[in-house]
Design a binder for this molecule. Structure first.
Ligand SMILES: [Ca+2]
Ligand SMILES: [Ca+2]
Length: 122
């Protein structure tokens, strides 16, 4: 490789770096971590507690897209059913969030507000 070609290769490599950085940033901004309502990157019991507090209209800090992130069974509502599913995820009773409607239907029955009446055994 001649010296001139090396400079060109280096210059084009450097031009690629900002492009990669920008696409990586936009990808992470678009990624929804279902159940992670405080946006710390993990789904834990604090997230379930925060959704419970939000349902009860208690003051709690949540992510901007809370309505999407907290609706872990994709029924366009955030209720106790979503809290329970987050708790089940934390307890490793389910592997993935969100759960689809069909998978959610295999869970114990809830009343119209989403309350479970059976104790879930691991
Ligand atoms: Ca979290
Ligand atoms: Ca829901």
């Amino acid at each position: 490789m001649t010296f001139k070609k090396r400079i060109l290769a280096l210059a084009s490599a450097m031009m690629l770096v900002p492009v990669i950085a920008v696409s990586a940033m936009s990808a992470s901004a678009d990624t929804i971590v279902y159940g992670d309502v405080d946006g710390n990157g993990t789904v834990d019991i604090n997230d379930a507690t925060k959704v419970q507090k939000k349902i009860l209209d208690m003051p709690v800090e949540v992510v901007e897209n809370y309505d999407t992130v907290a609706d872990v069974n994709l029924d366009n509502k955030v209720n106790v059913r979503d809290v329970t599913l987050i708790q089940m995820k934390v307890a490793a009773l389910i592997n993935e969030l969100p759960v689809t409607e069909t998978e959610a239907e295999t869970q114990p029955e809830t009343d119209e507000e989403g309350w479970y009446h059976k104790i879930i055994q691991p």
